[in-house]
Each structure stands twice: as structure tokens, then as C-alpha cells.
Design a protein around this ligand. Structure first.
Ligand code: CTP
Length: 399
């Protein structure tokens, strides 16, 4: 059940940090995607290199500037995770967590996380039983943080008692049980289209567009991490998708995408069409490469491609939810509303190319969501992963 799940491990500075190497190994073996955030103190007990090698991902400790000059990897990490596990959670980290301190990257990640948070306390027996530690654990418990109880036995100090970090196998079982209770979209099948389409002119040339597919991939991965079975139909894009819940169909033209989407939609509960489908294609595709003429300029006659979204809108059952995108440059709201009605959508995600940071190629997007019932929500400029989380959140209100 951990296959493809995104587990973020937060390591703070206690001797039990050495056990986290084994926990990371167990998670990776179980198919989870693992990332690790360490405090500086944790570096004294286990090296970032060890955890990076075992997790197959870079380990982070400090804030990093993002590509757009932003300073946001705590938000990114917090949103990326399906589950955040602090192991070991020292007395100091528990205290900071209980009182909302935010003096290092790990604390900022916890405050940014929307996923369930588990803490595995580890400290000496008297520190564990101290009234302040117990109060902090109670506060965290009341807030919904899941406490992975420490074990009992010999401690690093030579004393014996409660306070040993739970064994990695126990933490693994705890993670599995927590995730089993948190799959909002499990049992749902959702179709996502992404990327451009290429419309052949001759065997070597085509009409295409600049869509990177990043937005569609982010949506597919977010849906998959919420337990949905995703039917992902991608035009020619360079981005891989790794989640085991994603069944991927790679297509080239609008017609290929149409054939695949209309077939797959029959068994889906919802569809989010994020692809930038060509509206026109050459009427006749030349069988051989078109040669340069000495005097004539070749004329390419175009015809319309089928509108996938409009077709799904015509055929959709009452129980199916349909979401479209609108990329506009003028009269954005008006055009988006018209598309919403004409294509029979439940809601539409509007991008305006007039907003800087929105659109095809970058890692950010700025959207407005217009619901059929009339509600309009404006979102800030965000990373595409955050935008995907917002779109999935809106979809969940229908499902
Ligand atoms: N779409 C589609 N099939 C097409 C064209 C568009 O499924 N042949 C979908 C897109 O995936 C998107 C929505 O329709 O979800 C809106 O696409 P857009 O190109 O903005 O709208 P059009 O209807 O093509 O209108 P126009 O190009 O005139 O703005």
C-alpha cells in the first residue's frame, strides 16, 4: 500500500537518528517516494549523504531560493508529502512544534504541511516523563498530530525506561495504518489530459504549441496521491509520471487524444482536461516530405479537430464531474463563462496570459476557478503543485 506514496521524514538531533537510515530503507523497499529534511543538530548523528543515498533524493536542511527568486521550499515540501513523519522527534522539537516555533526549515515544513503529521518521540526516560514534554505531546495529540509511542528498554544514557525511538518496523506499520485511513479519492477513476497535440503536415513537420504538460502532470500526481486511479492521457511531453496509480496513455494528435479520452471517460467518475489541444489540423497530410518549391509557397488547408471537452460535456452522465481549462488573453471571465456553459462543465480553471507567471512553460500558475453554480474563486500566483492541490480540493467538493 505504500507504493508511490510520498513520505517526508523530518529528522531532529538525537542519537536515535541512526535508526532513521533503516526506516528510509524500509520505506523505499516498500515502494514509497521518500524525502528527508534534517535539522543541523541531526547532522551530528547521521550524515545527510547516508539518508540522501538511501532515499535516492537530496536531503535538505536550509531554506533555498526557488527558481523564480522565491523562498519557498518549505511550502513545496509540505504540499508534496502524503505523510510527514518526525523521527526521531526530540524533546526540543516537540516543544517547538507544540508552540508553533518556526526557527528552522523542518518547523516551517511542519507548519506548511496539509498532510497528516506523525511524531516518533525519542529521548531519555526522565525527559520523556517530564511534565512539559507530556503537556506538549497532549497539545499535539489534541491538534490531530499522531504520536508513535516510544519503546521501553535500554537508553543511550545507560538508564532504562520509556523513551527509545519506536523500531523502524513499527514506524512503518504506523505509517501504513495512517495512510489507509486517508485516501479521499480511493475508488474513484479520474481522467486527466495534458500537454500539447501535434498535427502532422507531412512525415517530418507538424503544427504544435508550447504546452509543457507540467500542470496536467501535477494534477495527475496529486489525484493519484489522494488514492484515485488516474487515466492520464498525455500529448508529446518530456515529463515522466511515476505514481503506480497513474495509467498513462501517450498520444500525438488531437484525434488520438479524442479517441482515447472518449473511450476511457465511459468508466470515469470525473475528468480534468488540461491539454492544449490544437483546434485545427491540416486537412491532408502529405505522404512524403514537402519539398521546397522554386517559386510557389505551399498552402496548407486546415480543418477543425474534434473538441474533446465539448464531446465529453455532451455525453456525460449526471454523476460524472467535468472540469475544463480556459487560456485567455482578453475578456477572460466572459470567455471562460461562455466555455463553461457551452461545454457543459462543472467548473472551469481560467489562466490569463496577461498575468505574469501564468501559462505554459513555467513552474508557476495563477488561476481563477469559476463554478457552474456561480461561485468564482481567485487564487494567488503559486507553484504548479500548489495549483494542482487547489484544483483537486475543488474537485473533492463534487465527489
Ligand atoms: N479542448 C479539448 N479539445 C479541443 C480543444 C480544447 O478538449 N479540440 C479543451 C482543453 O483541454 C481545455 C478547454 O477545451 O480544457 C478549452 O480550450 P481552449 O483552447 O481555451 O478553448 P477553445 O474551445 O478551443 O476556444 P478558443 O481556442 O477559441 O479560445
Amino acid at each position: 500500500m505504500l507504493n508511490g506514496k510520498r513520505i517526508l521524514i523530518g529528522v531532529s538531533g538525537g542519537i536515535a537518528a541512526y535508526k532513521v537510515a533503516w526506516l528510509v530503507r524500509l520505506l523505499v523497499k516498500a515502494g514509497a517516494q521518500v524525502r528527508v529534511v534534517m535539522t543541523h543538530a541531526a547532522h551530528e548523528f547521521v550524515t545527510p549523504l547516508t539518508l540522501a543515498t538511501l532515499s535516492k533524493n537530496p536531503v535538505v536542511t536550509d531554506f533555498q531560493a526557488g527558481k523564480q527568486g522565491t523562498w519557498n521550499n518549505h511550502v513545496e515540501l509540505g504540499l508534496w508529502a502524503d505523510l510527514l513523519v518526525l523521527a526521531p522527534a526530540t524533546a526540543n522539537t516537540l516543544a517547538k512544534l507544540a508552540h508553533g516555533h518556526c526557527d528552522n526549515l523542518l518547523m516551517a515544513v511542519v507548519l506548511s504541511a496539509r498532510c497528516p503529521v506523525c511524531v516518533a518521540p525519542a529521548m531519555d526516560v526522565d525527559m520523556y516523563h517530564h511534565a512539559s514534554t507530556q503537556d506538549n505531546l497532549r497539545i499535539l495529540d489534541q491538534r490531530g498530530v499522531k504520536i508513535i509511542p516510544p519503546g521501553e528498554g535500554e537508553l543511550a544514557s545507560g538508564l532504562s525506561g520509556e523513551g527509545r525511538l519506536a523500531e523502524p518496523e513499527h514506524i512503518l506499520a504506523f505509517i501504513e495504518a495512517t495512510l489507509a485511513g486517508k485516501q479521499r479519492l480511493s475508488g474513484k477513476r479520474i481522467l486527466v489530459t495534458a500537454g500539447p497535440t501535434f498535427e502532422a503536415i507531412d512525415p517530418v513537420r507538424f503544427i504544435g504549441n508550447h504546452s509543457s504538460g507540467k500542470m496536467g502532470v501535477a494534477i495527475a500526481e496529486k489525484l493519484a496521491s489522494e488514492g484515485a486511479e488516474v487515466c492520464f492521457i498525455a500529448g508529446p511531453i518530456a515529463i515522466p509520471t511515476n505514481h503506480p496509480n497513474i495509467k498513462r496513455f501517450d498520444v500525438v494528435s488531437a484525434q488520438d487524444m479524442f479517441d482515447c479520452a472518449t473511450q476511457e471517460f465511459l468508466t470515469c467518475d470525473a475528468a480534468i482536461l488540461a491539454a492544449a489541444v490544437a483546434d485545427y489540423r491540416p486537412k491532408n497530410v502529405a505522404a512524403e516530405k514537402i519539398k521546397k518549391q522554386a517559386h510557389d509557397v505551399p498552402q496548407i488547408e486546415l480543418e477543425q479537430t474534434p473538441d474533446i471537452l465539448a464531446t465529453l460535456g455532451q455525453t456525460k452522465k449526471q454523476t460524472q464531474v467535468l472540469v475544463g481549462f480556459a487560456l485567455e488573453t482578453t475578456n477572460e471571465i466572459e470567455h471562460a463563462k461562455r466555455k463553461l456553459e457551452k461545454k457543459n462543465l462543472d467548473f472551469i480553471v481560467l489562466n490569463s496570459l496577461r498575468d505574469s507567471g501564468a501559462g505554459f512553460k513555467g513552474d508557476t500558475n495563477k488561476i481563477t476557478i469559476l463554478h457552474r453554480a456561480g461561485k468564482t474563486i481567485n487564487f494567488e500566483l503559486k507553484s504548479k503543485n500548489e495549483v494542482a492541490a487547489d484544483i483537486v480540493e475543488q474537485l473533492c467538493t463534487y465527489l
